[in-house]
Write a protein that binds this ligand. Structure first.
Ligand code: NIG
Ligand code: FE
Length: 454
């Protein structure tokens, strides 16, 4: 299924009679200009606002051939465009109608590709079973592995398109997508390849992450040395094949007591790094497991979940950020909510310590069956105690940093990709305030309108 009107994004508006795009009529533009946010700047959103959205001082965004060329008050931007030889007649106009304009949102943590569903586990948890009990009994991730191994490429592609369309409908323009429901060489390669192909066909950018160490697969579980044997097979066989394939940008590991130890995770992530695949990891989701510490040690782009980091782990992440080598804390507040937890990630401690915080959906069939990043933004406010402004940084520039893409996306600044969301609210702080609502009016990817709900 393909819901969006456009699927080709390469080159933005290149070759069109109107290669330019001017977004006018906004009551507010949230630029996120100025780089990664942390500590006291986590809530600085670079807000330009005005009482008359069609007046000369109203903020506008100008794009040319898929890139942003100017952002600021309308009269000033038009002056800049004329001075720099961009003919105003060659700009198509989009009217934001008194809405707010933000960078296209970035979802830095999803398990996009899987087959089947696991609604029965919610009931098991309501009756007292824990997430790891269900996994140890052969359910959880393993039941999705069984369904995913049995699914055809066509089915997985259709599933990926269906949920990417839903993400687009929530204002998202770039999505990280993990493998991890194959757990054998052939299926892991297939999942990484499908993630790559979905990004190629567009309109969303998809960043493939290999998560071969998501769980120990059934064929190894009966063996007394099963975990270690699977780790060795990853190092000797699966990872070299993934590296030779050349599509995975990141390597991820479920580093958690009872799944993969910090030592096993380190071996996998260091081997991946040596093969040119950048590390990131599931860290301290259910119990302190040395994940935050390991993320700093291996120089991971991001440590994700962090619902239960140790104080040493938070201190190590703070020191790395202070030294200019930040590991982004990617927090996933829908997951703790859906797992019926009453304890959530210590976002305030992380922000106070100066660690840059990002927010993702963790979209997956077990712990977070939602593709809505705005819903995750609401939960970040309600359950993590983050301000709406801190959350906006977390789903734009900091999420871009978590994917090592902050030079290209995540803010509205001259030179960056024209990935933009226009919202039906007068301020961006209303986005998390209306949980579950469809607030997106228009989405622009590389200068092209890819969703429009006038
Ligand atoms: O991020 N914790 C590990 N992985 C996913 C859940 C995967 C699943 O349950 O299918 C997570 O929560
Ligand atoms: Fe996850």
């Amino acid at each position: 299924m393909s819901g969006g009107p456009f699927r080709v994004i390469e080159g933005g508006r290149t070759g069109e009679p109107t290669p330019g795009l001017l977004i006018i009529g906004a009551a507010e533009v949230v630029t996120m200009a100025g780089g990664v946010r942390r500590g006291p700047t986590q809530g600085d959103v670079g807000r330009l606002s005005v009482s008359d959205p069609h007046g000369p001082d109203a903020p506008v965004v100008a794009c040319w051939e898929g890139r942003i060329v100017a952002v600021g008050p309308r009269a000033a931007v038009e002056g800049t465009l004329e001075a720099e030889d961009y003919p105003l007649a060659r700009f198509a106009r989009i009217d934001a109608n008194g809405g707010t304009v933000t960078p296209g949102l970035v979802d830095p943590h999803t398990h996009l590709l899987f087959a089947g569903s696991r609604e029965g586990e919610l009931v098991m948890r309501q009756r007292g079973a824990s997430y790891l009990d269900i996994l140890a009994a052969g359910g959880g991730i393993l039941s999705t592995v069984e369904a995913t191994r049995a699914a055809s490429e066509t089915e997985l592609l259709a599933h990926g398109r269906r949920w990417l369309d839903e993400m687009l409908g929530h204002g998202v323009t770039t999505v990280e997508a993990k493998s991890g429901y194959g757990l054998d060489r052939e299926t892991e390669l297939k999942l990484v390849e499908i993630a790559y192909r979905l990004g190629r066909e567009g309109p969303l950018d998809v960043v493939p992450t290999w998560l071969g160490a998501h769980a120990v697969p059934p064929e190894y579980r009966a063996r007394p040395d099963g975990v270690e044997a699977y780790v060795r097979s990853i190092l000797d066989d699966q990872l070299p094949a993934i590296a030779a394939h050349g599509r995975a940008r990141f390597a991820d590991v479920f580093c958690e007591a009872g799944v993969f130890t910090a030592d096993q995770s380190r071996r996998i992530l260091e081997a991946a790094r040596a093969l040119g695949i950048e590390p990131r990891l599931h860290a301290d989701e259910l119990a302190p497991s040395g994940g935050a510490e390991l993320a700093v040690e291996v120089g991971a782009a991001s440590a994700d979940h962090l619902a239960t980091p140790s104080s040493e782990g938070v201190a190590a992440m703070a020191a790395a950020a202070e030294a200019g080598e930040p590991v982004v804390a990617t927090l996933l507040p829908v997951t703790t909510w859906f797992l019926l937890k009453d304890h959530h990630a210590p976002a305030r401690d992380l922000i106070d310590a100066g660690v840059p915080v990002a927010i993702g959906t963790d979209f997956n069939p077990g712990t977070s069956p939602t593709a809505s990043l705005p819903l995750a933004m609401s939960f970040a406010c309600i359950n993590l105690g983050m301000s709406p402004e801190e959350v906006l940084s977390a789903v734009t520039i900091n999420a871009a940093r978590a994917l090592l893409m902050d030079d290209e996306i995540g803010s509205l600044e001259a030179g960056k990709a024209a990935d933009i969301a226009i919202w039906r609210t007068p301020t961006a702080t209303q986005i998390p305030y209306w949980p579950g609502a469809d607030l997106v009016r228009t989405v622009i990817k590389r200068g092209r309108v890819i969703l429009d709900r006038p």
